[in-house]
Ligand binder design. Sequence first.
Ligand SMILES: *Cc1c(COP(=O)(O)O)cnc(C)c1O
Length: 417
Amino acid sequence: MTQADELRASVQHSMDLDARDSLAGWRQQFTLAGDEIYLDGNSLGPMPRCVPAALETTLRSHWQNDLIRSWNDHGWIDLPITLGEKIAPLLGAAPGQVVCTDSTSINLFKVLHVAMQIQGWKGSILSEADNFPTDLYMAENLRAVAPRGALAFERVASEDLAEAIDGSVSVLLLSHVNFRTGALHDLVDLTARAHQAGALVIWDLSHSAGVMNIELDACQVDFAVGCGYKFLNGGPGAPGYIYVAERHQNSARQPLWGWMGHAEPFQFAPRYEPAPGIKRYLTGTPAILSMVALDAALAVFDDLDLTLARQKSKQLGEHLKDLITVSGVPLKLLSPSDAEARGSQVSFTHHCAYGVVQALIELGVIGDFRAPNIIRFGLNPLFNSFQDIERAVVLLKQVFDEGRHLERRFDERKPVT
Ligand SMILES: *Cc1c(COP(=O)(O)O)cnc(C)c1O
């Protein structure tokens, strides 16, 4: 086949895949500009259509008119719990184990501390050297509050993890999907290995919840945290969430004693008494506007079969990978080439990666760059189509054909890449 024939065949193939896509209708629920191809839903999810009306009601009616009565009358005070219950099914968690609060970093600090308390502060925390930096920072500096200020924190390469899980490990802290490479850990296997070695597990689900099935209860995961603003589409800076398996909930106190985690906040008691259950993981006053946005955004997951979402996500990834190969653009695949071993993201490397991403953005294809040379394309099966992928690769080829990525103005990097 000539390249033109190959291109025509792949256009037809993309159209066929879209025609058979049972999730195609989901895109209507998002406010995406028609001509833009958004491949960054793993970093900031787009806004679901129902969000502005929910915020408008909260602003104009609840905050403006009902003022402080809204804490009771509009359920503001319960939002961390009601939102937790909405997120729970996405994680395979039975009720009473998830709460929505704070940022992932802060939530991680709470569960790391609790996991180490349960383990008597003995043994080490084990993580992956290439874990998301905030996870590494939080684990490393947990020693600031560890008894005697001592804490062993081991980091190993991903491929050495299984072997490193031995009797010396107390807590295994991992991100389900690697933010750089998109590599997906085997949560079932690693959780079982950790338990066998006597360790507790903490999974960071920031890059996996919302685009694949997760079975925290069935796998007997101990703790999990994750983001509200990535695949959950809760908006910039949306609060994150914490999962604590019921069996651990009353065995330790999380370290950030705040009044919202108190058994009776409105007794204003001078002494801290933690609430029973998951509620003790709260600390301060919930950010209501952010929570209302996330609450509305989660409606997107009503009636969604996550098995179908995962299936389409894998197909989108394969499509992108295949078309990039066909196009001949000089990007090197960084993600695992097996779709089963990837999250909902495909990453590539190129020595001018920043320029490539910026040139693509100017052409309406939004991906992102991670230092030093990584191009990330996030794939969201709820709004990305196969023709999106097709067009993105055509525009990528245009960038290289015209040398757009080499323009000098891309030499300087913006603060957020
Ligand atoms: C995005 C992300 C975070 C972000 O944490 P914040 O406290 O919300 O900034 C943490 N961990 C992982 C794995 C992430 O991908």
